[in-house]
Design a protein around this ligand. Structure first.
Ligand SMILES: Nc1ncnc2c1ncn2[C@@H]1O[C@H](COP(=O)(O)OP(=O)(O)OP(=O)(O)O)[C@@H](O)[C@H]1O
Length: 261
């Protein structure tokens, strides 16, 4: 299970003049601090997929980076598979597979070499790395490019290798920040099927997205955040039930209703 409670993160604003006009008007700007995440909670059980939704700048990436131990929260608690992330970050990292939008691949290495390098960092044996990469190449349809240098890869190829790299150590919980952004329809389906496979193995998966059709297809539960706060936490059916129309309407309802829930 992955559970976060009352999560908050503020950043010191080094140069207020560099803030965008939107950020200057944002109620999260308080004096010299921008409170990117003010109060976010959610829970994702074993074998469930949680979709994290929210407009640009809502605080999704900041929330997921706190879960991944990349940055420390200002307040709140985070648990991954019974491990308190703040008290035992190294153990938490071992249990977690994290795909971030910002970590690049080594362009001069092939996809296989990039994944192998990460496997070694995690202490996975050479034999297991080889076997695991073969399995991941099947699952993510990577055989045709895996031994070429990454610098010539398409967005989809890069994303598939990044996902494989994130799960090379067989993590018990997986977090994917916008895994399908920029991917074509085929690559998107491959990634969604891969997430489905994780779910079938009993692994809790949290992924952020702007694509409501993916949420409809794959998620068991939905969390919507806006301006650093929860607007909705509930099952997919509850989310659908927020409106009599489309998923899009349900999403808009969470943003316009007073306080959400
Ligand atoms: N290191 C930082 N210093 C200052 N402000 C930051 C920092 N990181 C994020 N922010 C601000 O916090 C807010 C939330 O950013 P975040 O990237 O978490 O949003 P998001 O929901 O992932 O957005 P998107 O959908 O556009 O990816 C934004 O206004 C962003 O500019």
């Amino acid at each position: 299970m992955i559970e976060i409670h009352g999560l908050a993160k503020k950043f010191a604003v080094a140069n207020p003049k560099k803030l965008s006009e939107q950020e200057k008007q944002d109620p999260r700007l308080k004096g010299r601090f921008f409170h990117s995440v003010e109060d976010v909670s959610f829970k994702c059980d074993a074998g469930k997929v949680l979709g994290l939704l929210g407009p640009n700048g809502a605080g999704k990436t900041t929330t997921l980076r706190m879960l991944s131990t990349a940055i420390k929260p200002t307040a709140g608690s985070l648990m991954i598979k019974g491990v308190d992330v703040l008290a035992n970050p190294i153990e938490a990292r071992r249990k977690l597979g994290f795909l971030s939008g910002s970590t690049g691949l080594y362009g001069r290495l092939s996809g296989r070499e990039n994944i192998t390098y990460f496997g070694r960092l995690h202490g996975v044996s050479e034999q297991e790395i080889r076997q695991r990469i073969d399995d991941l190449a099947d699952l993510l349809d990577m055989h045709s490019f895996l031994d070429r240098r990454c610098e010539g890869y398409s967005t989809g190829m890069k994303q598939k290798v990044s996902i494989a790299r994130a799960v090379i150590h067989q993590p018990e919980a997986v977090i994917l920040d916008e895994p399908t952004t920029g991917l074509d329809i085929m690559a998107t389906q491959t990634v969604l099927n891969f997430i489905r496979g994780l779910k079938e193995k009993g692994i809790p998966v949290i992924f952020s997205t702007h694509h409501l059709d993916e949420v409809d297809e794959l998620c068991d539960s939905v969390t919507v955040i806006d301006k650093g706060r929860n607007r909705f936490n509930g099952s997919l059916d509850e989310f659908r039930g927020l409106s009599s129309g489309s998923m899009h309407e349900s999403f808009m309802t969470t943003l316009t209703e007073q306080g959400g829930h």
